[in-house]
Each structure stands twice: as structure tokens, then as C-alpha cells.
Design a protein around this ligand. Structure first.
Ligand code: 8Y7
Length: 384
């Protein structure tokens, strides 16, 4: 029998080995099984014409609006279509081209490398809210002894990071002072840092809160403003060589859900994060200390959140680990019609999606349950 069947691209190398293709051949040919579409947001028309010709000559494509081909002055988006092998040749050929194509070639190379970089092991960030008003666990851990116990319990359950927050960022919530925020979380950070080596993350946008907690052993700053709300934050992160989460948010927690609006939510969030990475790096934060996050639910409608999740893998092109926070959020409630206490199944479904899209860190309330989910997914991925 001929038995023709479509193979999943993930195992192309394995399939080649099985039929006796030699190692060099595998290396050469596996690249041709992949088709990568790369969007460039703004290409000079003249450069786009060269990209069109070069990609066509390599058997690939460059798609752009008709006006671009008319060679009128200006710039426009373009979609490159090709295999990794074709991009390699393109990058080489662009070295000798004008209109900043050499720089574009370097960016394309970097983007492909970033996109294909494997997540070593997905990490779980367990959420600990020490607030009276967080939507799920608000008021539960106001006693610092209870809070520390819950954190240690999450460590036992498999948390790789504990994220401690002292100010709720739920839509319409009222800000608290740095003093109040510190009074809530600093005793917990102090006690916890002595009891576990699991990195402590501080969910704050205030440099004063960050500095005090980093001085007591916290290692990560989870800044929902991506260093925008407090101009001294970057300096504190640099001083303590901390990691920082740069999250996208449209507006401020108080009014972000009033009327979220985007032309193209994925492009806009992507470009925002690209700009914040550049800003953080220019202020002295090491690239390897930067984590990015599309900010599910922060100034976004259900539709915006769904499209961001659908395209989550695209954010890997930025070369920073991607954090996904979706646990028990209203987005899950909007789909299922459930209150926060009944959103575990939905949260696990979203976590599984995040895993397959290449998220590096999942921020969750339910560490034990998500850990089991990951164990099963990892076994399937490994195939043993
Ligand atoms: C996120 C977050 C919250 C998130 C990051 C909630 C503090 C709302 N969500 N931080 N914080 N990403 N990095 O539902 O998605 O937990 S608060």
C-alpha cells in the first residue's frame, strides 16, 4: 500500500532518520519543511521591492500592498514568506543592499533565532495576594503567618516563583500608598526569604516598595506598568540586578476597562513590548533579566484577550521569556459564565494553550493543579 499521510512537522527530523537520511541531509532538508511568515511593520517601498525580488528568486514571497510596487515614496507593512533555509540565503544577499536592508537582515536573523529558541522548562508563578480586595483571594492572607504558610504550600506544590502583591490592580480598584503596601508585604517577604530559596517576585509598580523588598531578598519585580508609572523603578532593578516583568496595559487600573480600543491589538502590544524592552535595556537592565507579558485583561475586551492568546507564540520573536497571567480572570468567566471560584477548569485550559504557544512562565492561583497539567503536557511533548 502507498499509505500517503500528512506528517506533523514536529517530528520531521525523526521521520527522516527513520528512513535512513544521513545527518547532513537531515540538517539541510528539515528546514524546508517549515514555512515562516514574518511581518515587518514598516518597510521603505524601495526596500520592499528588493525584498520581493530576492524572495521570489529564492522560491519564497514578499506580500505588500499594490501601491508599494508603484515605487512612490513611503513605507508600508510587508509579509515575508519562506523557509528558514530561504531566509538564511536572503540574509546573506541583503548584506549588499541599500535602504537599510542590511540592518533589516540582522533583525530578521535575530527574530528567527528568538522564535525557535526552546523554552527549557515552563515555570509556575504562584500568586499570593496580601490585599483585602483582590478578586479571587482578596482578604484570605491578610495575616502574615497565613500568607507565609500559603507561599510555602505553593512551593511544595511545585511553584518556581512566588509573586506577592500588596495592591489590587482589579479594574476600578483604588491605589494604596507605598507605606501601606509595604506594611502588608514586607513582613511576608522577610519571613519567606529565610524559609525558601524559591525566587520571590513583587507585584508592584512603586520603586520604594521594590527597593525595600529587593533589599530583603526578593529577586523579581513584576511591574504591570512596564517601568512607566515610577521613573525611579529601572534604577532600583539595575541596582539589585533583579529580573523584571514588563507587562502591557492600556490606561491605568482605575479606568482601563472603560473603553479599550486597538486598531490591531497584537501589533500594538508587540510594538509596546519591543519599545519597553529597548527602554529597559537603555536604562541598564540586562537583557537576560527581562520578561515580557501581554497583560491579559489589562485594558482589553474579551475579543482582544482571545486574539492575544491566539497569537501568543508571536511574542517569542522578541527574545524575552513570555509570562502569561490568565488564572481565574474575568475572561474565563466571560466564556463560561462562572464566578472566580468556579474558573479552575477554564484556567487550566488556557494554561495548556499557553504551554503549547511557548509561554515560559504561567502565573496561577492553583499551583498543584497546574503542575499536574504541565506534567502531562511535558510527557506528551517528550513522547516517552
Ligand atoms: C497579571 C499580573 C495581575 C498578569 C502579570 C489577576 C499582578 C490580576 N495579573 N502580573 N498581575 N501578568 N505580570 O487576575 O497577567 O491576577 S493581577
Amino acid at each position: 500500500m502507498l499509505s500517503p499521510r500528512v506528517l506533523t512537522v514536529a517530528d520531521i527530523k525523526q521521520e527522516m532518520a527513520k528512513i535512513g537520511v544521513d545527518l547532513y541531509g537531515i540538517k539541510l532538508m528539515a528546514d524546508k519543511a517549515d514555512l515562516l511568515v514574518i511581518k515587518i511593520e514598516k518597510v521603505d517601498h524601495r526596500a520592499a521591492n528588493i525584498l520581493k525580488q530576492e524572495m521570489l528568486s529564492l522560491g519564497g514571497e514578499t506580500a505588500c500592498a499594490r501601491e508599494v510596487m508603484a515605487l512612490k515614496q513611503g513605507s508600508a507593512p510587508a509579509l515575508l514568506i519562506g523557509t528558514p533555509a530561504q531566509y538564511r540565503k536572503l540574509i546573506f544577499k541583503l548584506q549588499y543592499q541599500p535602504f537599510s536592508l542590511k540592518e533589516l537582515a540582522a533583525r530578521i536573523k535575530n527574530t528567527i533565532d528568538n522564535y525557535f529558541r526552546q523554552v527549557k522548562k515552563v515555570q509556575l508563578m504562584g500568586i499570593l495576594n496580601v490585599t483585602p480586595d483582590s478578586f479571587f483571594d482578596g482578604g484570605k492572607y491578610l495575616d502574615s503567618g497565613l500568607a507565609v504558610s500559603r507561599a510555602l504550600e505553593m512551593v511544595k506544590e511545585g511553584a518556581d516563583i512566588i509573586d506577592i502583591g500588596g495592591e489590587s490592580s482589579r479594574p476600578g480598584s483604588t491605589p494604596v500608598s507605598a507605606r501601606e503596601e509595604l506594611a502588608r508585604i514586607l513582613p511576608i517577604v522577610k519571613a519567606l526569604a529565610k524559609k525558601t530559596r524559591v525566587p520571590i517576585s513583587i507585584d508592584t509598580y512603586k520603586s520604594e516598595v521594590a527597593a525595600a523588598c529587593l533589599a530583603q531578598g526578593a529577586r523579581i519585580i513584576n511591574d504591570i506598568s512596564a517601568l512607566r508609572f515610577d521613573r525611579r523603578m529601572a534604577k532600583v532593578v539595575v541596582k539589585y540586578k533583579a529580573k523584571v516583568v514588563l507587562m502591557h496595559m492600556q490606561g491605568t487600573p482605575r479606568q482601563m476597562q472603560k473603553n479599550p480600543h486597538y486598531q490591531d491589538v497584537v501589533s500594538e502590544v508587540f510594538q509596546f513590548l519591543e519599545e519597553r524592552i529597548q527602554c529597559a535595556a537603555s536604562l541598564g537592565i540586562a537583557r537576560e533579566n527581562i520578561i515580557i507579558d501581554p497583560g491579559i485583561g489589562f485594558g482589553k475586551t474579551l475579543g482582544h484577550n482571545l486574539v492575544l492568546l491566539q497569537k501568543l507564540a508571536e511574542f517569542r520573536s522578541l527574545g524575552a521569556p513570555v509570562l502569561l497571567g490568565i488564572s481565574r480572570k474575568s475572561m474565563i468567566g466571560n466564556i463560561l459564565g462562572h464566578v472566580p471560584g468556579e474558573r479552575l477548569n477554564g484556567s487550566l485550559a488556557a494554561a495548556a494553550w499557553g504551554y503549547f504557544q511557548g509561554a515560559s512562565i504561567l502565573r496561577v492561583h492553583d499551583v498543584a493543579q497546574t503542575k499536574e497539567l504541565l506534567k502531562v503536557l511535558e510527557a506528551i511533548k517528550r513522547g516517552d
